[in-house]
Design a protein around this ligand. Structure first.
Ligand SMILES: Nc1ncnc2c1ncn2[C@@H]1O[C@H](COP(=O)(O)OP(=O)(O)OP(=O)(O)O)[C@@H](O)[C@H]1O
Ligand SMILES: [Mg+2]
Length: 848
């Protein structure tokens, strides 16, 4: 049998002779790169499409290629049923009891039979448990169940978030994404809307665009409120209310609200975000096969999810660099209804875009369907790979031939028609535009146990155990509780200046006019403050009275730019610190500062309403001191700030600012793959030259052997002849003439014969040596190629980082000033009837 492990090649099965339909030994090793021009797989139910594609996905996983897998029937979760030991007890929990019953067996017996079948099937195709073990280790297989927590749920909220690449310069792609997302949302609400004409669609798209332009994320609540109160007042030349009256808008808002507020919708908002880079990569760095099982959803929900997933994939594709290697796969097990020839469901537009644009990014799209009429062949023009299996009717055959012809062009209809006539189960025609001719093959045995669709409960038991059981850390920015003084708390009750504690006053203290001062904005109303305190104390407050007190602190806001043109870094980071007066001594202890997320523009020049001011300590009341702190802050920023980006020197690859490790590793994997492919190709060419030389020599030796053999038989004949002559001579048959030479000539002939025989032996030996040499060269090549792959792979294990330091000129201080920070001091009566108090910082948003 031919070897089945070859780098960058997928072992799909073995060739089938077109005449005899017998299976041969020739392995079908499909070049992974060919998949970047996408593939379609068509065949009637039971023809073996899913088996073929599961095999293809297994090969991709073995080769480190991640995949997004849309699984409308629930079959592909079988990729998680891989048992290296192939024990009956591994299979038993997954056995379909009906199957066992039909065979008149109990479950253990049927599990044993199934385990035996699988072991034998694998062996027949040159595979074993060891290969399964490698498969399991090579990728993270995970079943996602959108809208359900049976598997890992998927949160769709990220599809509403503002694009992180910004609006400017990306308008076209983003408008397309908005169109798809809006169509998906409306579809879910049962609204059939034309993107160009219907008011629902136009309004929603405008709401998205308005938010995204400003870099503002949307969520469902914001979306629904915006429908009733649109942030844009004009749509085209019309006023919103004329174009789409408020009464009708209310109807749409209700329709969306009814779906999204229903308890059944909650799982759509939980789980892993629909973030393609993160989906394609497990946290431990392995590529992931993300299986989206959508069998449990109704048609509208499926369309909704598939459209969102495709839209996100398009957006991801646009962010990727170009490549000719296979970066990732998108596989859809049954495309019926999602890419129809004569209708326009929301999924179609992003699918068409992917078929056109994914290639450049190295994303291969593979689509499967039972029925040749389900596909829009115009969309499939330029599809490089076609797998055609057993078809039900002559009509189906004719249709697929039409499709293939219109999509691929230049196909020999007669030949292909003959080939696809009468195909057996698991036998497919492979038409690959990168190869010279079509071929027939039978799919290899799948390593995964193809038990058929898994139920939701079964998927639940497959769920990967989350290692993360930690309680969430308290959210930053939660109100801090400070010691209260009943004295200050009572300020609210007191109206006269003399009731204020020592140093407190009702007007801002007199400070030098040159001293920079700023007011932090008041984010909580007095009522909010009381509620926050009540929440904290866990009871309603009696006779609550709140007073706004401003306390002096030091605020420092600045920005640091990180620019490194060579590494493509151009990023800016805003830094804000708030310091207590005690931290501002002869030196400022910046490290004790509290990080705050505040824009300099949000600072206010005066108090936000009637307030009391706390006394200013000596560390904060001198202009010189604050000016010095300003300079000091600049030095602090320069020294303390670095931007860490991922870096793998061997790949000359740097991360981007803000890029997740998953995204970086995704790019790194591709870069490593490209290097590997190039290096292996080079080695292969070199080895091929050596092999060519050896093969030529071998051919020569074989020719010589033939000649030697011919020579030998000629000599043998001659020897016999001359032996006969000698005998005749000796007997003096021909008239007593003495033939003295007879004997010696016969001996000479015998000697020549034995020489010829030796030549044969020599040639044979030479040939054996050459054959061995060829095998050794091939084996060495496999080994070297493996080592090359390992070398590049190992780089992904622990990506290093590179620190970008700011240039001095890229450090900017926006503000260093005395900061008046507002606090609600709240007095109330305790359960025991005593007057007591608490404080709530009024400049912080209470996080929800
Ligand atoms: N590569 C394979 N290895 C082992 N068994 C296979 C393989 N391919 C197919 N089979 C067997 O054949 C059955 C039918 O094949 P498969 O599910 O792949 O058909 P299909 O073309 O996907 O059908 P449908 O259109 O109904 O989904 C499988 O359940 C499995 O038992
Ligand atoms: Mg199938």
């Amino acid at each position: 049998m031919q070897p089945i492990e070859r780098l960058g090649a997928f072992y799909l099965g073995r060739e089938v002779d077109p005449e005899t339909r017998d299976r041969s030994d020739a392995a079908v090793m499909y070049d992974a790169r060919d998949l970047t021009t996408h593939g379609v797989c068509v065949g009637m139910t039971g023809s073996g499409k899913t088996g073929l594609c599961v095999g293809l996905l297994e090969e991709a996983a073995l080769d480190g290629v991640p995949a997004l897998i849309i699984d409308p029937k629930g079959d592909i979760a079988n990729l998680l049923l891989t048992f290296p030991e192939l024990r009956p007890e591994d299979f038993a929990p997954w056995i379909n009891p009906d199957d066992a019953r039909r065979k008149g067996m109990d479950i253990p017996a049927y599990a044993k039979k199934t385990a035996d079948t699988w072991r034998a099937g694998l062996a027949e195709w040159g595979q074993d448990g060891e290969r399964i073990r490698r498969l399991r280790g090579s990728a993270d297989f995970r079943v996602y169940t959108p809208g359900s927590d049976a598997g890992v749920p998927v949160s769709i909220l990220s599809s509403l978030r503002a694009p992180r690449q910004g609006w400017e310069g990306n308008e076209e792609g983003l408008r397309e994404q908005i169109r798809g997302t809006v169509s998906a949302l409306l579809g879910l609400a049962g609204v059939e809307a034309d993107p160009l004409r219907s008011p629902e669609h136009i309004l929603l798209a405008n709401i998205f665009e308005h938010a995204w332009r400003q870099g503002r994320d949307l969520d469902l609540a914001a979306l629904i409120t915006s429908i009733q109160n649109p942030p844009v007042r004009k749509l085209g030349v019309f006023d919103v209310d004329t174009f789409y009256p408020a009464k009708d808008r209310f109807g749409l808002a209700m329709a969306l609200n009814n779906i999204m507020a229903s308890p059944g919708f909650a799982p759509w908002l939980q789980g892993d975000p629909l973030d393609i880079a993160a989906l394609l990569q497990a946290p431990d760095g392995r590529p992931r096969h993300a299986i989206f099982s959508i069998a449990h959803l109704d048609d509208q929900q499926r369309m909704f999810f598939v459209t969102l997933l495709l839209e996100q994939t398009v957006a991801w594709v646009r962010r990727q660099s170009g490549t000719t290697s296979l970066r990732a796969l998108l596989y859809m097990d049954e495309v019926f209804g999602f890419l129809p020839p004569s209708a326009n469901p929301p999924s179609k537009a992003p699918m068409l875009t992917l078929l056109k644009q994914a290639r450049a990014a190295g994303l291969g799209v593979v689509l499967t369907t039972q029925n040749p009429v389900d596909l829009d062949y115009k969309a499939l023009s330029n599809t490089g790979t076609w797998f055609i299996g057993k078809l039900q009717t002559e009509q189906d055959k004719a249709r697929i031939l039409d499709g293939l012809e219109s999509a691929s062009g230049g196909v020999d209809r007669g030949t292909i028609s003959d080939l696809i006539g009468d195909l057996g189960q698991r036998v497919f025609l492979l038409h690959n535009v990168h190869e010279s001719a079509p071929l027939l093959f039978q799919t290899r045995w799948a390593m995964s146990y193809l038990r058929g669709p898994l139920t939701r409960d079964q998927i639940r038991t497959l769920k990967p155990v989350e290692a993360d059981g930690a309680t969430p850390a308290p959210a930053a920015g939660a109100p801090t509780v400070a010691a209260t003084t009943a004295e200050i708390a009572e300020i609210a009750a007191a109206d006269t200046a003399d009731a204020l504690p020592e140093g407190y006053q009702r007007t801002p203290p007199a400070l030098p006019p040159t001293l920079p001062q700023a007011y932090l904005p008041v984010a909580l109303s007095d009522a909010d403050g009381v509620t926050a305190l009540a929440d904290r104390e866990g009871r309603a407050l009696t006779d609550a009275a709140a007073a706004l007190v401003y306390e002096p602190r030091l605020v420092a806001l600045g920005r640091v730019g990180f620019v490194d043109r060579r590494r493509g870094v151009d990023d800016e980071r805003a830094i804000g610190l708030l310091l207590d007066p005690e931290s501002v001594g002869t030196i400022v202890r910046w490290d004790d500062g509290e990080p705050i997320d505040l824009d300099a523009n949000a600072l206010e020049p005066a108090a936000g309403g009637e307030a009391v001011f706390a006394p200013v300590p000596g560390t904060l009341d001198k202009t010189k001191k604050i000016k010095a702190a300003n300079k000091d802050f600049r030095d602090h920023l320069y020294q303390s700030q670095t931007l860490e980006i991922f870096h793998i020197p061997e790949l000359k690859l740097y991360g981007e600012a803000g890029e997740s490790e998953a995204e970086f590793l995704g790019r790194a994997r591709l870069a490593a793959r490209e290097k590997r492919d190039a290096e292996v190709d080079k080695l292969r060419r070199k080895v091929q030259r050596a092999l060519d030389r050896l093969e030529k020599k071998l051919a020569r030796e074989e020719r010589e052997l033939e000649e030697d053999k011919a020579d030998y038989s000629a000599r043998k004949r001659e020897e016999l002849l001359s032996a006969g002559e000698t005998l005749i001579g000796m007997l003096g048959v021909f008239g007593g003439r003495k033939r003295t030479s007879g004997l010696s000539s016969a001996a000479r002939k015998r000697r020549m014969t034995s020489n010829a025989k030796m030549d044969i032996a020599e040639s044979e030996e030479e040939i054996a040596v050459l054959r061995e040499e060829i095998e050794a060269v091939q084996a060495q090549f496999e080994e070297d190629a493996e080592a090359i792959a390992e070398k590049w792979d190992a780089l992904l294990d622990a990506p290093g980082t590179h620190a970008v330091k700011p240039r001095r000129t890229d450090v900017r201080v926006d503000v260093v000033a005395l900061a008046w920070t507002p606090v609600w001091e709240i007095g109330h009566t305790s359960a025991g009837g005593r007057r007591t108090g608490g404080r709530v910082e009024a400049w912080r948003q209470v996080s929800g």
